[in-house]
Ligand binder design. Structure first.
Ligand code: ATP
Ligand code: MG
Length: 351
């Protein structure tokens, strides 16, 4: 095994969850030190980075022509290599601001979604290397999520994890530290926001911004009927008059808007269960399905999935940080890291 040996004692070790919406960085000995939106603002006149993370997110939809605010990842995959590299470099520099930890070239454990191509996987490794990493180990996101959620995935026992991010939902059954059956679908937090935008347009003739849609989703979004009705203000532009308009929406309306996506996640979960070996399904029945990622926070999603599958479902503790906590656990468990890390390039194929 050559991977564990790269973690020399003097090297700074980082665990990175490079997400479509959020990037989180764990530093060994310090914990999760970066938790920021994966957003970069670039000044196109000189190609310089103006802001990264929270500061860049606050500029979305409010920029003059020469400032471009982008999310360099789409569906968990690098869509803009150069900007991803700049973003990672910025975060690495931020980590190193503290002089006591000023070790310039870190070793990193970084996650990629399931079903990425070799080229996409290599791009993640290359971006981290170009941003200053000395060595990069790549791990599948649901494996890291399961470890971060505290599941004992090394046993011959079926664990089902659904990681609901912004760009993709990954459904995986894991046993003996490996993915047995899985599916990655592009229906996750971003798609739910789009559903709300579409609903506002179709039903109220209002054009909403993405951030407003997300705020409404977080404020009153749900997957099952709620014990108490909830309401939120919907502010956008009236498509007929072209002027600002504000209306009140309730949880039932937003539930209707999200319905199709929730059903798609449900259907895919069932489809995975159908192709999972029966012994593992029996295990899942016993321990239940575990939800991770920000999308797991949608009200009643656990209940909806439980009703649909007939299995127990629970949201992992601190579900937003499961993936990065999984990378942190891997840094501390070199043997397990060696077992679950996937090569940045597929050597077998290139022979
Ligand atoms: N309370 C909430 N209710 C519903 N959705 C939420 C809530 N809080 C956060 N989210 C959603 O969770 C998503 C972000 O989750 P997360 O940080 O796990 O995604 P990511 O890792 O960046 O994306 P991906 O894994 O797809 O690359 C966003 O779409 C956000 O709207
Ligand atoms: Mg994620």
């Amino acid at each position: 095994m050559k991977w564990p040996s790269i973690f020399g004692r003097l090297t700074k070790q980082l665990g990175i969850d490079l997400g479509t919406a959020n990037t989180r960085v764990f530093v060994k000995g310090r914990g999760v030190v970066i938790n920021e939106p994966s957003v970069v603002a670039i000044n196109r006149r000189n190609n310089q980075v103006m802001a990264v993370g929270e500061d860049a997110l606050s500029m979305v939809g409010k920029t003059p022509a020469h400032i471009q605010v982008t999310r360099p990842l789409q569906r968990g995959i690098i869509a803009d290599f150069e900007v991803t590299e700049k973003m990672l470099r910025y975060f690495f520099e931020k980590v190193h601001e503290d002089k006591a930890f000023a070790i310039p070239r870190p070793s990193v454990v970084i996650c990629v979604p399931l079903d990425v191509t070799e080229v996409e996987r290599k791009a993640v490794g290359d971006a981290a290397t170009a941003a200053g990493a000395r060595e990069v180990l790549v791990v599948e996101e649901p494996i890291a999520a399961a470890i971060g959620a505290g599941l004992a995935i090394g046993e011959p026992f079926g664990n089902m994890i659904i990681n609901l991010g912004a760009g993709s939902t990954e459904i995986a059954v894991i046993s003996l530290n490996g993915v047995v059956t899985s599916k990655s679908i592009p229906i996750a937090g971003d798609e739910l926001n789009k559903n709300i935008i579409q609903y506002a347009r179709d039903v109220f003739n209002i054009l909403l911004g993405e951030r407003v849609a997300e705020q409404i989703k977080i404020a009153i979004g749900s997957a099952v009927e709620l014990p108490e009705p909830m309401e939120a203000m919907m502010r956008g532009r009236d498509l007929l008059s072209g002027l600002p308009r504000e209306i009140t929406v309730n949880d039932a309306q937003i539930r209707e808007a999200l319905g199709r996506s929730i059903k798609a996640i449900m259907d895919q979960t069932k489809a995975i269960l159908e192709i999972t070996p029966p012994e593992l399904v029996a295990d899942i029945q016993q321990r239940g399905i575990v939800l991770t990622g920000g999308g797991a926070l949608l009200r009643g999603l656990d209940q909806a999935l439980s009703r649909g599958t007939g299995l127990p479902v629970r949201v992992a503790d601190d579900c937003l940080n499961c993936v990065v906590r999984g990378t942190a656990a891997l840094i501390d468990n070199r043997a397990l890291l060696a077992e679950v890390a996937i090569p940045a390039t597929d050597l077998v194929k290139s022979i």
